[in-house]
Ligand binder design. Structure first.
Ligand SMILES: [Zn+2]
Ligand SMILES: [Zn+2]
Length: 111
């Protein structure tokens, strides 16, 4: 039987469309946010920001926000969440994070 080169059932979460087909959000990272590499990176950013929200200084329910999303044209996928430079990651509390996402669209940079 003729064998196709393209693996059709290889699963890569980064190339899967978000369930609502919007721009990639933290939500579309899905399981990646439980990855140890992300947990380490997140911890690093929290430390850098003294474990407080950069907007309201709260120390509750902190999350790390991406100020840009990087799409790698050659690979046709987004970077892993932990592959971003520190200056593009900021600590926000859950409320400010939500507000920010409702108000602004995270720019996608095509690399
Ligand atoms: Zn806040
Ligand atoms: Zn965010």
């Amino acid at each position: 039987m003729y064998r196709r080169f393209k693996p059709t059932n290889s699963k890569d979460i980064r190339s899967e469309p978000d369930e609502n087909r919007k721009e990639p959000t933290h939500g579309s990272y899905g399981g990646l946010l439980f990855d140890k590499r992300w947990r380490n990176k997140r911890e690093e950013i929290l430390q850098k920001d003294n474990c407080i929200c950069r907007i309201c200084k709260s120390s509750e329910e902190l999350q790390v926000h991406h100020r840009q999303y990087h799409y790698l044209k050659a690979e046709k996928k987004f970077k892993f969440p932990w592959d971003y430079p520190d200056q593009l990651l900021i600590t926000l509390c859950e409320k400010c994070h939500q507000k920010g996402h409702n108000k602004y669209k995270v720019p996608i940079i095509y690399l």
